[in-house]
Design a protein around this ligand. Structure first.
Ligand SMILES: C[S@@+](CC[C@H](N)C(=O)[O-])C[C@H]1O[C@@H](n2cnc3c(N)ncnc32)[C@H](O)[C@@H]1O
Length: 504
């Protein structure tokens, strides 16, 4: 078990700093190709690049990131302040004769958020690459793709209080602590909380309070400005012989854990407070996206739910059997896949939606009720989407507060990442299809008729929308009132999509 003795953790931080144990330094040591191989779980190119090196960053990366033992004397040189004995006492390495063996994965993690670039060291359990075997059921995850997706989606602050539910290694709590005065981080696993405490201490973050318990139990009666959760959403058959991995499985049937998170959030948000989580939902009697929307409606939460992907039951089962370290083609894998398919068919599940949930406790009237399927590739996960989400939420709120007449009296501007694509039948003067394409955000593509496209194209922040509509109606020789009635709802959607913006 990892420990957080303050003096030892401070000595480790000083050694890691002196060693320049950073993302850039490691990339420089082994190069981009080896870095990409590592992301696929292949450490061989990185090990070959480090062969023969004994500088501190290379030593620390060998043992703590690549999971390969190093001679004790070499580790001693890489940790001059903490020493090998201190590293054993902290629980990050073990000694076997004259070799130091990794006991945890400890690696640098770099990010950019609305406050700029930052870097932390994050400790977690050794992964499959280091252990060469299936994960233990109480495995504590490091920063994975889902963690980065959620942290990238988090709306910027500042805000006073935040909750990270299911904190694991503490990554979301650390991100929240950049914006909040006080963060509560909870987990059902004491082992996870030990890692999270260690990571907060190692990175000098004092604003996080750690509490153990299931779901919202540890925060009974408390409300927060923000809630973030990458919950254990993986749908798992409740059958003997199917391992229950704490890091991904909340112990409920089907998508019950995501339903419990959504419905439970209502009692723990201040008015106007926002919860953001990742989730899976089952397509069964109703589409999963509709069911998820129903959970939010049932507790009166405003919501914006985005389904990014949909898997069929077999694909879902293969993904999570492989994630647990079992090959789907092996006899054990086949038995597990059978259990997953039995479980899905018992509830009539025909597909599983994967996506993001944003919930808001309304301050007054409910205006935000949005559930959509958006599966366009958006590059590097959702990193950086948080600012986009905040901007479009603000635009939605302002638009919802304006009557049609008021909206017609304000000036709008096309977002700078929007282009217009026109497709013509060969030889035709007028386009048969007009599409507005968003270069950032969710990379939306919106079909527009010539009237709407002309109005959007004229939104340069000068003329009010109503004047543009009148001019375009004149040009197209159509009734201005009819055009306005048709265009205003579309303009509201374009504002909520981030394709149009308020000029001021
Ligand atoms: C997918 S991990 C997320 C870790 C981390 N927050 C991240 O973003 O990478 C889910 C976490 O939820 C915890 N967990 C599982 N069941 C829980 C429950 N009923 N209540 C609270 N936390 C739970 C697990 O121990 C695990 O640390």
């Amino acid at each position: 078990m990892i420990h957080s003795d303050p003096d030892a953790v401070a000595a480790l931080a000083a050694d890691l700093t002196a060693a320049r144990y950073t993302v850039d330094r490691l990339r420089a040591l082994w190069g981009d190709e080896a870095g990409a191989a590592l992301e696929r779980g292949n450490r061989v190119p990185a090990l070959r690049a480090l062969a023969g090196r004994d500088d501190p960053a290379a030593t620390l990366a060998t043992v703590l990131l690549l999971g390969i033992p190093v001679p004790t004397a070499v580790l001693e040189a890489a940790l001059p302040g903490l020493g090998t004995t201190g590293a054993v006492a902290l629980g990050i390495v073990e000694i076997d004769d004259d070799r130091a063996l990794p006991a945890v994965d400890l690696r640098p993690y770099a990010f950019v958020d609305s406050r700029g670039a930052g870097e932390w060291w994050i400790a977690s359990d050794l992964g499959e690459m280091a252990t060469g075997g299936a994960l233990r059921t109480d495995h504590v995850l490091g920063v994975g793709g889902a963690s980065a997706t959620l942290s990238g989606l988090l709306l910027p602050g500042p805000f006073a209080t935040a909750l990270d539910l299911g904190t694991g290694c503490g990554i979301q709590a650390l991100h929240l602590a950049r914006e909040a005065q006080r963060v509560v981080a909870t987990d059902i696993s004491e082992r996870a909380l030990e890692f999270a405490r260690f990571n907060a201490a190692l990175n000098g973050v004092a604003a996080i309070e750690f509490r153990r318990g299931s779901l919202f139990e540890p925060v009974a009666g408390e409300i927060f400005d923000r809630i973030a959760s990458n919950p254990p959403f993986v749908i798992t058959p409740r059958t003997v012989d199917v391992p229950e991995y704490e890091y991904r499985d909340g112990g409920l049937v089907g998508d019950g854990i995501v339903e419990a998170m959504v419905t439970g959030a209502a009692a723990h948000l201040v008015p106007g407070g926002i919860a953001q989580l990742l989730g899976n939902w089952e397509d069964r009697d109703r589409a999963g996206l509709d069911r998820a929307q129903g959970w939010a409606d049932a507790v009166g939460l405003e919501h914006w739910i985005v389904q990014r992907d949909r898997l069929d039951p077999a694909r879902y089962a293969e993904t999570w059997v492989r994630d647990g370290g079992t090959l789907p083609a092996s006899p054990e894998g086949a038995a597990l896949i059978g259990a997953w398919l039995d479980d899905f068919s018992a509830r009539g599940v025909v597909g599983i939606g994967v996506g993001y949930v944003l919930l808001r406790r309304p301050r007054g009237a409910t205006t935000l009720r949005r559930a959509e399927r958006l599966d366009a590739p958006i590059g590097d996960g959702a990193a950086g989407l948080g600012t986009h989400l905040a901007d479009v939420l603000a635009a939605h709120d302002l638009s919802a507060a304006l009557s049609d007449d008021e909206l017609a009296s304000v000036a709008l501007v096309v977002a700078p990442d929007v282009t217009e694509e026109r497709s013509h039948w060969p030889g035709e003067e007028h386009p048969s299809v007009l599409v507005l394409r968003q270069g950032g955000g969710f990379h939306r593509e919106v079909r527009a008729d010539p009237g709407l496209a002309a109005i959007v194209g004229a939104c340069d922040g000068d003329l009010p929308l109503g004047a543009i509509v009148a001019a375009v109606a004149d040009l197209l020789e159509v009734d201005a009132d009819a055009l306005r009635s048709a265009v205003v709802p579309a303009v509201r959607e374009l504002l909520a999509d981030g394709i149009l913006r308020f000029a001021e």
